[in-house]
Design a protein around this ligand. Structure first.
Ligand code: SF4
Length: 431
């Protein structure tokens, strides 16, 4: 029997923190130990043993060549396919997917279809002062968690990057503040917890901005003004304030307005000290997907590839909108954890369309052609972007017979080109 192997400094794709300090021990072809322990990491590195073959056509096992031929045939009749779920891919996989979309003239929604993310639009329209997680760890003396619960969603956030991490330039313990609609494991750590419904966020952000600008506030009209004043007092007197927000904060209908107002507030704080916004993401590489599409097209997501170049519509090209309007006639789905939190109407609309799916685990959602691909950071390498946009290299720690998503996509792109008598050169100019 072969000796156990230990891989050092392995990047974990279990959440958007992409911790890059794991030691993974592999024995007899299986992961024997993960250190330091993290429940989400244990779940990510587990490879489900199931009987699903690597390729299926209508639920029946198929060879890779017949599956690619079937996918090519399915797409040949499609006029407006949609690609979604790109956050489950590595950067190389995303680039391959965008080449494929270009060749197909497809829509691409690179955001998490389960939640709205206006940050790409806000970054381009008003800008946002942000920082790396390392800078937050080393410098932030006051941290406001606003609808963010990293103690639950990113179990090692506190010890690696925030409340419990040693800060190189800190001389006193950090102050934790929280605004949330309910008590959480993170609000339990806060010195000041302002319990406030999500519907109040825009008002609260405007109140903070008004306080920073020295405007008069009608005390009768703002609930919890005392808490908001205390939060502003602590943030504005900090040497380095960090405001950590999760998708619940910016994912609602008025998410763009809330984020823009917060960005304005943080700009005001920067007149006298340093303050930043850190946006959490609900999965490993959604920020990488946003970057990949911006590199490729010059636009934030979502886009449509057309013969005369890509076009951008921040609301009209969202997957949910396209599907509800019946503007899509085929789906290319990159499966992963986002499917478990996708709204039921989105799942119902997706289930009605001819679909090609690529995923690293068996999907409950049907697809005409399914490819089971290698799991990034476990069964294949590549790279992903951490939530603060820092790219990190992944390590293959387990052997596999599965193709990478990138290989499968490239093979299907080439097959589509060959079927239509085209070279694989792209239609749209790359930026
Ligand atoms: S916090 Fe996230 S990235 Fe870090 S080890 Fe846990 S699951 Fe992995």
């Amino acid at each position: 029997m072969s000796q156990p192997i230990t891989f050092a400094d392995v990047v974990c794709c279990g959440c958007s923190c992409l911790c890059d300090d794991l030691q993974i021990t592999v024995a007899a072809g299986q992961i024997a130990q993960i250190a330091p322990a993290c429940p989400h990491a244990a779940s990510y590195f587990a490879i489900a043993e199931d009987a699903q073959s690597n390729c299926q056509i209508n639920g029946k096992a198929a060879t890779i060549d017949t599956a690619i031929a079937a996918a090519t045939k399915l797409l040949a009749g499609a006029k407006s396919p949609l690609l979604l779920g790109l956050g489950e891919l590595t950067i190389d996989g995303q680039r391959a997917a965008l080449d494929w979309a270009d060749r197909l003239g497809a829509y691409v929604d690179a955001g998490n279809p389960a939640e709205s993310d206006p940050s790409g639009v806000v970054l381009q329209s008003t800008g946002m002062i942000t920082a790396t997680l390392g800078e937050i760890r080393d410098r932030a003396d006051v941290i406001l968690f606003w609808n963010a619960d990293p103690a639950t969603t990113q179990p090692r956030h506190f010890t690696r990057f925030s409340l419990d991490a040693p800060g190189r330039f800190l001389t006193a313990p950090r102050t934790a503040l929280a605004i949330d609609s309910q008590a959480t494991a993170t609000t339990a750590r806060a010195e000041l917890f302002c319990e406030s419904p999500l519907s109040q966020n825009l008002e609260t952000a405007h109140t903070l901005l008004a306080l920073a600008r020295g405007k008069k506030i009608d005390r009768k009209r703002v609930p919890q003004l005392q808490d908001i004043e205390s939060i502003h007092a602590r943030l504005s007197s900090a040497t380095y304030a960090a405001i950590v927000c999760a998708p619940r904060f910016y994912g609602g209908a008025d998410g763009a307005a809330i984020l823009e107002t917060l960005a304005d507030y943080v700009r005001e704080l920067n007149r006298n000290s340093r303050a930043i916004i850190s946006l959490e993401r609900s999965g490993p590489n959604w920020i990488g997907a946003a970057e990949s599409i911006a590199w490729r097209t010059g636009y934030p997501s979502p886009v449509r590839f057309a013969a005369d170049g890509p076009t951008f519509d921040p609301t009209g090209y969202r997957a949910a909108k396209l599907l509800s309007r019946g503007q899509v006639d085929a789906l290319i789905r990159f499966d992963g954890d986002w499917l478990t939190s996708a709204p039921s109407e989105l799942l119902t609309a997706m289930a009605k369309l001819p679909t090609i799916s690529l995923g690293w685990r068996q999907s409950e959602l049907p697809a005409n052609i399914q490819f089971r691909v290698a799991k990034p950071g476990v069964e294949c390498g590549g790279s992903m972007h951490r939530l603060d946009d820092v790219p990190l290299p992944l390590t293959q720690v387990l052997p596999t017979t599965r193709m990478t998503a990138e290989d499968a996509i490239r093979r299907m792109t080439n097959a589509s080109c060959a079927a239509s008598g085209l070279t694989s050169s792209l239609r749209s100019p790359s930026v």
